[in-house]
Ligand binder design. Structure first.
Ligand code: NAD
Length: 346
């Protein structure tokens, strides 16, 4: 299949690009190359005849029309987004523009292209979203695909809005869509402002490892390469118009996650003391959701999909990747805001 992957120079998008090319799909990576992008993430496939790159902003309708007409894809996988909750607290405008207006633009461009092609049955618009649209859970329960939306940060509200637009374009215009809402990803090429790489890199630098509040917020952790596999599964076999929750079946509190990473580092790169001694509790994120958890029944029963790695296995691979790829993360640490405490302007 020929795919356009938006946001293919980001963390998850690049994993999708690498996997899709490895599986023989033709892939056009459409990315504006914002601060969060890194073309190194797709260097392993850049020379493949199956891969091409288009630098474009999803807010630019004319560029989208041109790219669709040029490449004539059979599907669009839409991952381009502003994705960092803390940045959304300090500056929500970019999140509204890219995640909502950008998705609207892409939907309209996709619709015009699909209609122009004679509404091919096999065409898919796959919208990639987050479990954060469902809000915050207490100590028990899990998000199903029918859980009412209750977003609580500018980021999750903008993603929720984009999900609603995608469903509206399916209902109103018949655009063939599938949606996925996934839990927290981690793994190789994770931008160094997100929790897992922050912990690894602060630990290695001998600096305080910041943990928000008391570290009791619980997330379900999904290894990024498992996520990419799940996304291709939904694209190929997901039921039209349906949404699928994708989880890692690996719940952990932030403090437990940080301790796990420190223990792996103690083993792989012993320092003068235990890395956990560097853990420092800092003021909590405003509106910090307590717990997210995914009910994976639909992915399991309809699509026979389950994650392939446990959290311990995935973290071990991730820590090893950061130890082996220092030039990659060093180059990104100079970018705007990376390493600073963000999300305090509420
Ligand atoms: P990321 O921030 O690493 O990458 C986003 C990519 O989108 C970057 O390459 C960036 O240049 C590009 N982009 C941003 N604005 C753009 C625009 N206006 N036009 C074109 N390209 C633009 O994000 P990620 O963590 O890889 O997340 C990818 C998708 O998955 C997002 O839609 C996000 O909401 C969703 N998601 C992420 C997670 C997670 O844990 N990271 C969890 C659930 C869902």
């Amino acid at each position: 299949m020929k795919l356009i992957v938006t946001g293919g120079a980001g963390f998850i998008g690049s994993a999708v690009v690498r996997l899709a090319v490895a599986r023989g799909h033709e892939v056009v990576n459409l990315d504006a190359l914002t601060y969060a992008a890194c073309l190194e993430n797709v260097a392993s496939v850049a020379d493949s005849p199956l891969y091409s790159f288009e630098q474009a902003d999803i807010r630019d309708r004319a560029a989208l029309d041109r790219i669709l007409a040029t490449h004539q894809p059979g599907a669009i996988m839409h991952l381009a987004a502003e994705s960092h909750v803390d940045r959304s607290i300090d500056g929500p405008g970019d999140f509204i523009e890219t995640n909502i207006t950008g998705t609207y633009n892409l939907l309209e461009a996709a619709r015009a292209y699909w209609v122009g092609q004679g509404k091919p049955e096999g065409f898919r618009f796959h919208h990639i979203s987050t479990d954060e649209v469902f809000g915050s859970l207490g100590d028990t329960g899990q998000f199903t695909e029918d859980t009412p939306y209750d977003p609580r940060s500018p980021y999750s509200a903008s993603k929720a809005a984009s999900d609603h637009l995608v469903r509206a374009w399916a209902e109103t215009y018949g655009l063939p869509v599938v949606l996925t809402n996934c839990s927290n990803n981690y793994g190789p090429y994770h931008f160094p402002e997100k929790l897992v790489p922050v912990v690894i890199l602060r630990a290695l630098a001998g600096q305080p490892i910041p943990v928000y509040g008391e570290g009791l917020n619980v997330r379900d952790w999904l290894y990024v390469e498992d996520h990419a596999d799940a996304l291709l599964t939904v694209l190929e076999r997901g039921q039209l118009g349906r949404s699928y929750n994708i989880g890692g079946e690996n719940e952990a509190s932030n403090i437990d996650l940080v301790h796990k990473i420190c223990a792996i580092l103690d083993d792989k790169r012993p320092g003068p003391g235990a890395y956990a001694d560097q853990i420092t509790f800092v003021a909590d994120r405003p509106g910090h959701d307590l717990r997210y958890a995914i009910d994976p029944t639909r992915m399991r029963e309809e699509l026979n999909w389950r994650p392939s790695v446990t959290l311990d296995q995935g973290l071990e691979r991730t820590v090893q990747w950061y130890l082996d790829n220092e030039p990659w993360w060093r180059a990104l640490q100079d970018r705007h805001g990376v390493g600073e405490r963000l999300g305090t302007k509420a």
